[in-house]
Design a protein around this ligand. Structure first.
Ligand code: AMP
Length: 188
């Protein structure tokens, strides 16, 4: 059976960093909807232009656009052994879409990284200074956190009800967090 994971958490929780490590360990591709949007934006595609108008405000890109992009990515051959989703699902409706896309086998687990809000803002402001990501400015960050609490946090509750949520303490060093995740995944 393939390993089909989601890494979940607020912006700045370290999803991208931990996803890279875990996907390498498990030899599966990471599929980050944020990265897919950023590639479209740098290519200047029509989808990129559309997405940019939402991303620059810290709002979610409409579900039909995001789901269409993910559907296409999941058709590639490299996902046959499994995959690690980063940044999807972010709404309750996206859970339903993912259920449809994955069929009976569904997900193996959802790994939730928990980090207090004050630490998230600090981390994201620092990342903005280093990476120059246009949505890592303080007012956009605050909006992304508000969107997370309103629209995305209920996604964790849903997977908790399904018994698929693994909650990990997302504070500490990158290696400490990676070890916690590795231990939890080895128990699956
Ligand atoms: P991320 O790199 O995951 O922080 O995503 C950056 C931005 O891309 C988000 O703030 C959203 O505007 C957009 N985005 C990424 N994933 C999704 C998604 N699943 N649904 C809607 N918008 C998304």
């Amino acid at each position: 059976m393939s390993t089909r994971l989601v890494i979940f958490g607020p912006p700045g929780a370290g999803k991208g960093t931990q996803a890279e490590k875990l996907a390498t360990d498990l030899n599966i591709p990471t599929i980050s909807t944020g990265d897919l949007f950023r590639s479209h934006m740098s290519e200047g595609s029509e989808l990129g232009h559309l997405a940019a108008s939402y991303i620059s405000r810290g709002a979610l890109v409409p579900d039909e656009v995001t789901v269409g992009m993910l559907r296409e990515r999941l058709e590639a051959k490299d996902v046959h052994n499994g995959f690690l989703l980063d940044g999807f699902p972010r709404t309750l409706a996206q859970i339903d879409s993912l259920d449809d896309l994955l069929g009976e086998e569904g997900l193996s687990a959802v790994i939730e990284l928990q980090v207090p809000d004050e630490e998230l803002v600090d981390r994201l402001v620092k990342r903005g200074a280093e990476s120059g990501r246009s949505d890592d400015t303080e007012d956009v960050i605050r909006n992304r956190l508000a969107v997370y609490h309103e629209q995305t946090a209920p996604v964790a509750d849903k997977y908790r009800q399904r018994g698929q949520l693994i909650t990990i303490d997302g504070t500490g060093s990158i290696d400490e967090i990676a070890t916690r995740i590795r231990e939890a995944v080895s128990r699956l």
